[in-house]
Design a protein around this ligand. Structure first.
Ligand SMILES: [Zn+2]
Length: 177
């Protein structure tokens, strides 16, 4: 008999606030790279552009939104970080040109620096990543360079639902970080 797959819990007692939270989201997304958030709001329009998928700052720094997928062990599910990585100007332009083009599946991986600080990990800013285009429907798949950083290890080895609860507790209460 095969072992039944683990299912996400209906809810969990939060390690940060002590309350019971219903449900367990399996994804956490950042709306922008950290460098965009650091620009005073009044200056943003003049200095760059932010869309749901792309961000350019000062016509010098370029970012795309992608997905870091972490397998949940003994389940068929993934926990997904919606994060931003930098891209070279050349790769950024190319990706925008190909964004709605089926040929995008043939793109090689692009190099990118991770541009968000993920809660629940040692500093993740500027971790090296590969940004792999998939198809016109899916955001690029981002893989960490295989180093000893916990985020890279988790992407390789997977995490438990208990760990997802820990991450969710932190993301629900950013003011306590
Ligand atoms: Zn809580």
């Amino acid at each position: 008999m095969t072992k039944p797959l683990n299912q996400p819990p209906d809810g969990f007692t939060c390690a940060v606030c002590g309350e019971y939270h219903k449900g367990l989201p399996l994804d956490v997304a950042f709306g922008a790279p950290i460098y965009w958030d650091q620009i005073p709001e009044a200056e943003r329009t003049a200095r760059g552009e932010l869309t749901p998928d792309f961000c350019a700052i000062d016509d010098r720094d370029f970012f795309v939104r992608g997905l870091i997928e972490i397998p949940i062990v003994d389940s068929d599910q993934f926990f997904v970080w919606g994060i931003w990585t930098s891209l070279s100007r050349k790769n950024y332009s190319r990706l925008i040109d190909l964004w709605r083009d089926p040929k995008i599946v043939d793109e090689p991986p692009y190099f990118g620096w991770l541009a968000n600080k993920l809660p629940g990990y040692p500093d993740t800013l500027n971790l090296k990543t590969n940004v792999q285009s998939r198809n016109v429907k899916w955001r690029p798949y981002v893989t960490l360079e295989p180093i000893d950083h916990p985020l890279a290890l988790e992407q390789r080895d997977g995490i438990s639902f208990a760990r997802v609860q820990e991450i969710t507790a932190l993301t629900l209460h950013p003011e306590k970080l």
